[in-house]
Design a protein around this ligand. Structure first.
Ligand code: AMP
Ligand code: ZN
Length: 136
């Protein structure tokens, strides 16, 4: 994709701080880190997000994410790791090329956890029935 920001990084047309690279994936520092070492893992082949990525590209991204998470965790002496992936605009996706955020976490770093809601009576059963029917 000519105009895609992360395709341009993959092609080397825009500079990035590369953390790790293999045939199918690239990992580089996020330009606006939540914590220092915040890394993005992308497939080299363009798609939009988790909803249309080729399964083999996703498998490669998943394995690179595992590898780089351990690297970031161990080398930067993190106390934990968050993974996040925003898929589609209303889930917070700004760049339309799949990317997994690897965020090193530290004791007392103050980042808020998302807040859980509660199911209404019968709501979980309704949702599970829909999901299972679509899977059958
Ligand atoms: P998202 O909101 O999940 O689409 O995340 C996009 C991420 O890309 C943001 O965290 C940005 O800080 C990051 N980003 C944008 N431009 C660049 C760039 N040129 N190099 C590295 N990261 C970038
Ligand atoms: Zn792209």
């Amino acid at each position: 994709m000519d105009t895609c920001l992360f395709c341009k990084i993959v092609r080397g047309e825009i500079p990035a701080h590369t953390v790790y690279e293999d045939d199918a994936t690239l990992a580089f520092l996020d330009i606006h880190p939540v914590n220092p070492g915040h890394t993005l893992v992308v497939p080299k082949r363009h798609s939009f997000n988790l909803l249309d990525i080729d399964p083999a590209d996703w498998a490669a991204v998943a394995e690179s994410t595992r590898h780089v998470s351990k690297l970031v965790h161990d080398v930067l002496a993190a106390d934990g790791i968050n993974l996040q992936m925003n898929n589609r605009e209303h889930a917070g996706q700004d760049v339309d090329h799949p990317h997994v955020h690897i965020i090193p976490r530290y004791r007392g770093d103050g980042l808020p956890h998302w807040r859980g809601k509660s199911y209404q009576p019968g709501e979980a059963e309704e949702i599970i029935a829909k999901l299972r029917a679509a899977h059958a």
